[in-house]
Ligand binder design. Structure first.
Ligand code: ASP
Length: 714
């Protein structure tokens, strides 16, 4: 892996040391600088990452939006149950209900293709900031700036992929509007499901316990990566062979104890720690409340239609679970924003920054209006949000409209040169886009979809002014608009529920689509100009904010004279901390290791607190084998630790001081949901499943001892 200029990116702020560094999702280029030995690491930091040799990071992969680690020389991956959920769901039916009963492949041939899944392994990275920003001209409009940057990023990606056949390239924005790094990934497209515990283990506690501590969820699964017999990346084929990772992570069945040093490697998705108070206000007053309200409603609709029908509930399960996850996280963030007064705290920091800016006339000239300008963009967004959010979610909530939209949008975009297309429709991405859509299409349930459309139209009818000139939507202003009849007519005259028809539509030109008699497509054609207008508007905002945030980083670096790391952006990061208790509120202390006894105590026999009989029996017999926690005499279930994580860290290996896998990260405590905006050593706690529970469940309870053996655990 090539050394890069990333260091200078991170250390823009002419800093000397990283302070008390439990905060921080460090880019791997920084690992050598963190003084990890003094913090508790027992191996050499170069064993975690060294550009010139194989190291731990070669055993880490990205599994769709999650993280995983290779735990055998034969491509076996450990990740979360919730990360493999979609794969388990698509393989399930009411009579082969792997979600309910769990799944175990006794041999490799019995492993099930995880449709729509990909695995990536970071191979190299290179700073390309100069190159990307060289295309920006001072005279450009904000929207043109966004487009120029995006085009240059795509060109660099294409060039890197052409030079490295079979690899996947991605230019990641590290500091908004300022720094860009090109990552090269090995890209695996044949992924299979190997083992999943029943949901009563993998999702024990369900949404009630999600984002909470204490926790008793066995949130893990095993998958396997496959490649063509010659080692090249290939889509599913029977003759494919298990991928041989350069390195796999050693599993330690000894586990951990309170105050032990741990670290995580993974692909954290997105944080917003370098954003302003105006952004936080926007989140607090506009976006998060909207999400909570919208998702609660959608979940209710799915619950209603799936209530007495397992086949329907299965169709909804993945979607409703991910909505519930984000809904609850958003509530946690709202609570945290209010309780910790984060907006006020950031305002106070910005007041100091403003003073610093104004203390020098050149600086004032350059940055004087910066914070106000950023606030101006968010104010404009806040004002437009009620209508724009509803329009955006119209083609999201209603899946049929979503498919019709994707079909038409793809057809329109295909008319343009590849490089100018929206990224998801470029030649290098279209297969994946279509695959995902077809997977969602299989889960379409028309009665639910009708309710979704009904609800969104009702919301849109409130925006009388905005919809006045929007084709199709303007009818909502008329008293004669008979919503139920219109919806029935739409669904009766559309083929979005028919897989073959959808595939045919995907081949058509915009003209052919416009001439088709599919009612959903017809509506999309009418609505399309409005979506194009909003897309352009978003590019303009993105361009403005990109430029402004780029300047903010510059002046903050001058001001703070201390270090900061880039926000999470789904690139490989390292974070470290300790297995540690915390006090979420006055008078309450929560200890960091839960046990099987807690599972039994919580079990009511009613969802989501049902426990398989086998586990109850083994618990009664204290049949724990060597997976007992010496201090409690119990099987440990989950652990809590002070690392810095966010979504995307799901599935990250929890590694001990020796770099051995002792658990799998899957969540954060409720208070830690505001990690995404501000980390704090008092409340930021991540949650993982203890490896001893994983091994006990897999081997002792479900008898998959061949997998333990494969992981080197005898
Ligand atoms: N469970 C989380 C998720 O939604 C992980 C996290 O955000 O910490 O991905």
């Amino acid at each position: 892996m090539k050394k890069s200029l990333l260091l200078s990116v991170v250390l823009l702020a002419c800093s000397t040391f990283f302070a008390d560094a439990e905060e921080g999702m460090y880019p791997i280029s920084e690992i050598g600088r963190l003084n990890l030995k003094a913090k508790g690491l027992e191996i050499d930091p170069s064993d975690i990452y060294d550009p010139n040799k194989i190291s731990l990071i070669d055993g880490i992969c990205r599994v769709n939006g999650c993280t995983g680690s290779f735990v055998s020389p034969n491509g076996l991956i450990i990740t979360n149950h919730h990360c493999a959920y979609r794969a388990i769901q698509s393989a399930s039916s009411p009579d082969k209900d792997y979600l309910k009963d769990g799944f175990q492949a006794k041999t490799q041939t019995a492993e099930i293709p995880a449709k729509g899944y990909t695995v990536r392994i970071t191979e190299s990275y290179r700073d390309v900031s100069k190159d990307v920003l060289s295309v920006v001209k001072p005279t450009m409009s904000s929207a043109d700036r966004t487009k120029a940057i995006s085009k240059r990023r795509k060109e660099l990606e294409q060039a890197a992929e052409a030079k490295n056949p079979g690899k996947r390239a991605e230019v990641a924005e590290m500091f908004t509007g300022k720094t860009y790094v090109l990552f090269l990934y090995t890209y695996i497209r044949d992924v299979r499901l190997v083992f999943a515990p029943p949901s009563s283990v993998g999702n024990f506690g369900g949404d009630v316990d999600n984002w909470e501590w204490p926790r008793h969820t066995g949130d893990f699964s095993l998958m396997r990566a496959y490649v063509a017999p010659d080692g090249s990346t290939a889509t599913y084929a029977k003759e494919n062979v298990p991928y041989k990772p350069k390195r796999h992570i050693k599993v330690s069945s000894r586990g951990v104890d309170e105050e032990d040093f741990v670290f995580l490697l993974g692909y954290p998705g997105r944080t917003s720690r370098h954003k302003t108070a105006a952004f936080l206000e926007y989140e607090k007053n506009v976006r998060l409340p909207y999400i909570v309200d919208l998702y609660q409603w959608q979940i209710r609709e799915m619950e209603a239609t799936g209530a007495n029908n397992r086949a329907v509930a299965l169709k909804h399960s993945s979607r409703s679970r991910s909505l519930a996850n984000v809904e609850k996280r958003s509530r946690g963030q709202l609570k945290g924003l209010a309780r910790k007064q984060l907006v006020e705290a950031r305002m106070a920091q910005e007041a100091k920054l403003q003073k610093f800016i104004e203390s020098d006339s050149d600086r004032k000239q350059k940055y004087g209006s910066l914070l106000d300008d950023i606030a101006g963009v968010y104010a404009e967004m806040a004002q437009a949000a009620p209508y724009e959010n509803d329009v955006a979610n119209l083609v999201n909530a209603c899946r049929s409209l979503n498919f019709a939209f994707t079909i038409y949008d793809a057809a329109v975009e295909r008319q343009r040169p590849d490089i100018d297309r929206e990224s998801r429709y470029m030649d290098r991405n279209i297969d994946q886009t279509v695959r995902r859509m077809m997977l969602a299409q299989r889960d379409l349930h028309v009665p639910t979809d009708k309710r979704m459309l009904h609800g969104m139209l009702k919301r849109l009818a409130n925006h009388k002014e905005e919809i006045k000139n929007v084709a199709f939507l303007k009818q909502l202003n008329s008293d004669a608009f008979a919503v139920d009849q219109v919806i029935d007519r739409l669904f009766n005259n559309s083929k979005m529920h028919d897989e073959d028809a959808v595939k045919k539509f995907l081949q058509m030109t915009p003209k052919q689509l416009a001439a088709s008699d599919d009612a959903m497509i017809k509506i999309v054609v009418q609505l399309y100009p409005e979506y194009k207008r909003l897309r352009e508007k978003n590019k303009e905002r993105e361009g403005k904010l990109g430029q402004l945030y780029g300047s903010l980083i510059e002046v903050k670096a001058e001001f703070m004279r201390t270090d900061f790391v880039p926000d999470a952006n789904a690139t490989l990061r390292m974070t470290f901390g300790r297995v540690r208790r915390y006090s979420p509120e006055d008078g309450v202390i929560k200890t960091p290791i839960t046990t099987l006894k807690g599972v039994i105590d919580k079990t009511t026999g009613k969802e989501p607190f049902v426990t398989p009989q086998k586990i109850l029996d083994m618990y009664a017999k204290k049949d724990f084998g060597k997976f007992t926690h010496p201090k409690t005499g119990q099987v440990p279930v989950a652990i809590l630790y002070s690392t810095d994580t966010t979504g995307g860290n799901s599935g990250s290996p929890i590694l001990n001081a020796k770099g051995e896998l002792v658990g799998v990260n899957f969540d954060r405590a409720f208070e830690a949901t505001i990690n995404d905006f501000a980390w704090n050593k008092d409340y930021s706690r991540s949650i993982g499943v203890d490896i001893r529970y994983v091994l006990w469940i897999t081997g002792k309870v479900y008898g998959a001892n061949h997998l333990l053996k494969e992981m080197g655990v005898e």
